[in-house]
Design a protein around this ligand. Structure first.
Ligand code: NAD
Ligand code: ZN
Length: 385
């Protein structure tokens, strides 16, 4: 079958790989109908991780159940399903409490598992014609049959729940004001979640005009272009003081705010924590900050650059002075996706506006490059194997 295979820095190819098979009675194999490219894939694509060439990408997958293991009780051939990007067992202490992003069984030695992702376990990705789903009763959410809401449902694998999670980690309440840093697909879903939850005022910070326009149009957000001045000052000027809550949907690959003054916006290699520090300044004392943008561990065994990425210069003193709280980590997708699915089915939410492209799997190499360039108008890209 065809799959999107990582070849090396800034290169993927669509190549023939072995078809997945049932390996355990609890597995199903799914025929993929839609699989999305994610900002998280770009960490590997850009060569910033130790992902080995040859791995099949793809952790945002939906499709039709094609083969069913003998031990699977709740799924049948022909069921339409979407898979949370987390692979989780369902019975460890974390899964039992809903923390499926931190399952302790599926990937020993690392907190949590995922499909097609470096360090996240031996699970092949779904940017391919087929996907093996382990612990399938637990890791597949059933969808109404047919083709309705295909775009919106595909976002249940990651970014809609992850955006929602950002607002949960920030303990966003109706009437709160909130600043969301990053208007990539995840930040846009955080801003949209804030709107659904009844936030009073939503600020969204980025520098890509088409992404900021989406935030304004679909999330009723006030937009802040960080290339036009310090985003902290811009938000405080507009709001009159600190906002109640904040969400980081950027992560360690944040682009700096031109400290060199040369007009060039370089990835903030020296201190990848710029967004965290800006949030500490933007949010009012005792406010809460949800961090869903990805940060990597400071691993002494990792290549120099990666090890340095983990050492963040967070202004902990300011955080302490203001008595703020941080919530962090992988989204526990399963914890939200039944409810978010039902909001879509009932017409109370439709996140499909974030999708800019639906293309065939063959176009993955070109779309990876355009999404990685944060090209104007390229927001969320769905692949159709
Ligand atoms: P993305 O990487 O395209 O989005 C990042 C956005 O941040 C871009 O639009 C970029 O222009 C903007 N940006 C860069 N520097 C900035 C700065 N200093 N201030 C404000 N905005 C800035 O793609 P995405 O899919 O939205 O992913 C965002 C992050 O979320 C990534 O780090 C990704 O790995 C992470 N993620 C985490 C989870 C989770 O479970 N926690 C799930 C999915 C994605
Ligand atoms: Zn993702």
């Amino acid at each position: 079958m065809n799959a999107v295979v990582y070849k090396g820095e800034k290169e993927v190819a669509v190549e023939e790989v072995d078809e997945p098979e049932l390996q355990h009675p609890n597995d199903v194999v799914v025929d993929i109908t839609t699989t999305c490219i994610c900002g998280s894939d770009l960490h590997m694509y850009e060569g910033r991780t130790d992902a080995e060439p040859g791995i099949v990408f793809g952790h945002e997958n939906m499709g039709i159940v094609e083969q069913v293991g003998d031990g699977v009780d709740t799924l049948s051939e022909g069921d339409r399903v979407v898979m949370p990007f987390n692979v989780a067992c369902g019975f460890c202490e974390n899964c039992e409490e809903g923390y499926t992003g931190f399952c302790t069984n599926v990937n020993p030695g690392f907190a949590g598992g995922a499909y097609g992702y470096v360090a996240m376990g031996p699970y092949q990705g779904g940017q391919a014609e087929k996907l093996r789903v382990p612990y399938a009763d637990y890791n597949a959410l059933k969808l109404p049959k047919g083709e309705e809401h295909e775009d919106a449902f595909s976002l249940l694998a990651d970014i809609f729940p992850t955006g929602w999670h950002g607002t949960e980690l920030a303990n966003l309440q109706p009437g709160d004001s909130v600043a969301v840093f990053g208007a990539g697909p995840v930040g846009l879903m955080a801003a949209y979640s804030a709107k659904i939850k009844g936030a009073s005022e939503i600020f969204v910070v980025d520098r890509v005009p088409s992404r900021l326009e989406l935030a304004e149009e679909h999330c009723d957000a006030k937009t802040v272009n960080f290339e036009e001045g310090d985003p902290v000052e811009q938000i405080k000027d507009a709001h009159g003081g600190g906002v109640d809550k904040g969400v980081d949907a950027v992560g360690y690959q944040a682009i700096d705010d031109d400290k060199e003054g040369d007009g060039a916006y370089d990835p903030a290699r020296e201190n990848p924590a710029i967004v965290l520090n800006q949030l500490i300044q933007t949010v009012r004392p005792t406010g809460q900050i949800g961090v869903v943008g990805l940060y990597v561990p400071s691993d002494p065994g990792a290549p120099d650059e990666m090890a340095a990425q983990g050492r963040l210069g967070i202004d902990f003193g300011k955080l302490f002075e203001k008595g703020q709280k941080f919530g962090t980590g992988q989204c526990n997708v399963k914890d939200y996706n039944r409810e978010l699915r039902d909001l879509i089915i009932e017409g109370r939410a439709d996140p499909s506006w974030v999708v800019s492209h639906r293309v065939s799997l063959d176009e993955a190499p070109e779309m990876y490059q355009r999404f990685d360039d944060r090209e104007e108008g390229v927001t969320k890209v769905l692949l159709e194997p």
